[in-house]
Design a binder for this molecule. Structure first.
Ligand code: PLP
Length: 308
């Protein structure tokens, strides 16, 4: 894992080690930031980077700002352009792209003199987020911590502070020797993974938690719903799922920008289906891989192709 050399910082490209802020910055103390995780894939000919669903990511960034109460000095189009410029400046590679908006003031009042965000974009050369689990399937545990309800905090905002919770569940899973955690909501229904949405497949139908559940409304999730319905002819139902539904499913998988489509094969030592990645999951992985690398022209409109 290594960073691209240049970072876009409030409108200028600067060297990685020059993109600095002070230790007394508001965001560092209170988690007052929003961010996105976007992937850019080197195209099959090795000449360009295809950024997956860039506009949808920057629209979610704008929505996250609105939900928390931050002001953005850039439009969605300007934010997309910032990402494109960052990728262009760093050259062709596979990237995990990280735009972040934060309160950059060195002020300790909870509500600082301005809620306008500083914005930066960095690019990371990052392989498979869950390592070999992408190929072999993830062994997951059920997190001890429950996701707080939508009327406590808006889960659909991708806000820095929310990720203290994701950190805790992720850490707990790793401490217990698992690849990832499955998180239940306050009602006991399945919400999502620490940093992924979740699907199960049972008797040929795919199910995923609904958007009223406390989940991040994943851009990969939404893309996968379309692909299951329109390309694989699999019915998709958005409904509350119990742990029992997951354990007795034929197959299950995570979706996310970082995790892409990662099969889930075990929950706390109990095998899902045969305990190996399922057929629908494997078909979806292949379809998704082709789409993100620009090999499937039908979904070319999901990609912003950048020629460095
Ligand atoms: C908590 C959480 N849920 C779900 C997702 C998946 O969202 P997306 O597919 O937009 O990356 C992520 C990752 O961004 C996440 O952090």
């Amino acid at each position: 894992m290594s960073w691209g050399e240049l970072i876009w910082f409030n409108g200028k490209l600067v060297k990685w080690d020059e993109a600095k802020i002070h230790v007394m910055t508001h965001s560092l103390h209170y988690g007052t930031s929003i961010f996105e995780g976007i992937r850019g894939y080197a195209t099959a000919d090795g000449k360009a980077v295809a950024i997956f669903r860039l506009k949808e990511h920057m629209e979610r960034f704008e929505h996250s700002a609105k939900l928390i109460g931050f002001k953005l000095r850039y439009t969605v189009d300007e934010l997309c352009e910032a990402v494109v410029q960052t990728v262009k400046a760093n050259g062709v590679s596979d990237y995990y792209i990280r735009p972040i908006g934060f309160i950059g003031k060195e002020e300790m009042a909870l509500v600082p003199s301005t809620t306008e965000l500083d914005v930066a974009v960095g690019v990371l050369k990052w392989g498979k987020f869950l390592g070999k689990a992408y190929y072999e399937g993830a062994k997951v545990t059920v997190a001890g911590w429950r996701k707080e309800p939508q009327d406590v905090t808006p889960a659909q905002a991708k806000a820095g502070g929310h990720y203290v919770f994701s950190f805790m569940t992720s850490l707990q899973a790793r401490a217990r020797g698992f690849d990832e955690a499955v998180v239940l909501d306050h009602r006991g229904f399945i919400a999502e993974g620490s940093g992924e949405n979740i699907f199960i497949v049972k008797d040929g139908v795919a199910y995923t938690p609904p958007t009223y559940a406390p989940i991040l409304i994943g851009i990969t999730r939404n893309s996968v719903i379309e692909l299951l319905r329109n390309e694989l002819g699999v019915e998709v139902v958005e409904k509350d799922l119990t742990l029992g539904d997951l354990i007795t499913a034929d197959e299950a998988f995570f979706t996310g920008t970082a995790a892409e489509i990662t099969p889930i094969v075990e929950v706390d030592g109990l095998k899902i289906g045969n305990g190996v990645p399922g057929d629908v999951t494997k078909k979806l992985q292949k379809l998704y891989e082709d789409i993100v690398r620009g090999k499937n022209s039908k979904y070319g409109h999901w990609l912003a192709v950048v020629n460095p």
